[in-house]
Ligand binder design. Sequence first.
Ligand SMILES: [Zn+2]
Length: 272
Amino acid sequence: MRLEDQDASDNVEDRRGIGVGGGLGVGGIVVAVIAYFLGFDPMTALNIGQQVSQMQADTRAVREAPHGAPKDPQGQFVAKVLGSTERVWGRIFANSRVQYRPPTLVLFDGQVRSACGLAGAAMGPFYCPGDEKLYIDLSFFRDLQTRFHAPGEFAQAYVIAHEVGHHVQKLTGARRPSSNQESVRLELQADCYAGVWGHHAGELNQLEPGDAEQALAAATAIGDDRLQQQSRGYVVPESFTHGTSAQRVRWFKRGLESGRPRDCDTFSAAQL
Ligand SMILES: [Zn+2]
C-alpha cells in the first residue's frame, strides 16, 4: 500500500501493554483457533468469556490508554488505514447527505474489555456495536502471515476494512442476525464493504500492483471452510458464519469492482 500521503486517524485507543485488571484466570476461555472466523458467533464467545469470569468492568485501564495515532510503525499503519476508511466512507455518506460517524479502533494485546464483554486475543479482530469500536490484536496479523499464509499490508488493511464494514452496517441500520444464514449474509456484506473501500483507496492512489490479490488471498485463507479444515480437519457447513472462501472472495471482488455500497445487498441476493 502507498499510505505516505494518508493522514493517520486519531480515533485510535492504544491499550497494548495495559492489562484489563484481572483477566479470565486459569482455565478461562479456551477459544479454539481464532473464533472470529470460525463457525460460531463471536458474541457467543464473549458470553462464554463473561460467564467464566464474572467481573466488574475495570474502567481504569480504558482511562489510562493513550488516545491518538500510535508512533510505532505498526500502530501508524493501522491508524493510516483507519484514516483512509474515514476518508472513503465520509465521502460516500456525504453523497447521501449523511454525516459519517467514525468508529474508534482499539489496539490491544492479550485480553480486552469492551461493551460487548471481555475478549481474548484468540477471538481475532471484532467490532462491538455497543461502543462502536473495532478491536484489533496485532498478533492476529502475525497469524495471518504465518498460519494462514496471507502476508502483505493489504491483507491486514482488508481485515480492518471488514470490521469498519460492520460499523457501516450499524450506522445504516442493519439488524442483529437471528440465524446462521443471516449472519453469513452480514459477514459477506462486510467483505463487500471492505471491497468498496478498496475501490476508493485505489482511486486515491493508495494501492500498489498486487494489493487486491493479497486481499483475495486473505479472503481465501480465512473463509470458514478453510479455517475449519485447518483446525478440525473437516468442514461442517451448518456452522459457517462467515461464508465459504469462494463466497468471501466473490463479495469482496464485487465491492472492489463497483465501489458502490448498494451493490453489496447480500440480504436480497438469491445466490451468495
Ligand atoms: Zn465480520
